[in-house]
Design a protein around this ligand. Structure first.
Ligand code: SF4
Ligand code: SF4
Length: 192
């Protein structure tokens, strides 16, 4: 039979910890209503590509340690290389940034500033006949191809990772010391 000598001691310790934290500033936010600014050099969950400046050298493809970039390159009538197709399998990508660092133009490929990739459901996983399932059976939310990677897609802001000119234009990272609580934030916005 267990000893009853320390009966209630654990409960009191737990209550003491709880009481010590009451009144402290919150260190979490009410996501998604509140969002912290990430580091300007975040390795966001996206790869963004700029067709205009890309010279189709395939350095990014060769630099990728997991070979998740696939490029189809040919020569145009002017004998210059051109990219016919590029895909990035974000399901394989480890966001190491080596493709960004290897790009000789310095402006043709970026990591994204985004860290939320949960708004879409891949129809190929559920097998749903939504009409959106690609003919090759691959999940477009993970495998991003040519047009989906283009840099002028405003929905995919770029990270300043290895790109200082982008970094300086991004908002400063939210530090916990500057953080407002959810209720403070609502009051500031006149919602409470
Ligand atoms: S970030 Fe790394 S793993 Fe992802 S595509 Fe670039 S080189 Fe490949
Ligand atoms: S390394 Fe840069 S320029 Fe070369 S193919 Fe990749 S994105 Fe284009």
């Amino acid at each position: 039979m267990p000893s009853l000598n320390n009966f209630g001691e654990g409960l009191l310790r737990g209550l003491k910890v709880t009481l010590n934290h009451i009144g402290r500033k919150w260190i979490t936010v009410q996501y998604p209503e509140q969002r912290l600014n990430m580091s300007r050099r975040i390795r966001g969950t996206d790869i963004i590509w700029d067709r205009e400046s890309c010279i189709s050298c395939r350095a990014c493809e060769r630099a990728c340690p997991v070979q998740c970039i696939s490029m189809a390159v040919s020569r145009g009538e002017d004998k210059k290389l051109k990219t016919d197709d590029i895909t990035v399998d974000l399901g394989l990508c480890i966001f190491c940034g080596l493709c960004i660092e290897s790009c000789p133009t310095g402006i043709s490929i970026y990591l994204g500033y985004n860290y939320t990739n949960t708004t879409h459901r891949c129809s190929t996983f559920s097998g749903a006949k939504t009409g959106n399932t690609p003919s090759d059976g691959r999940c477009r939310e993970i495998v991003r191809s040519n047009d989906e990677l283009l840099v002028d897609d405003a929905a995919r802001p770029r990270s300043g990772y290895y790109r200082p000119e982008i970094s300086s234009a991004l908002p400063p990272q939210t530090l916990l010391i500057d953080q407002t609580t959810y209720l403070e934030d609502l009051r500031k916005r006149g919602l409470k």
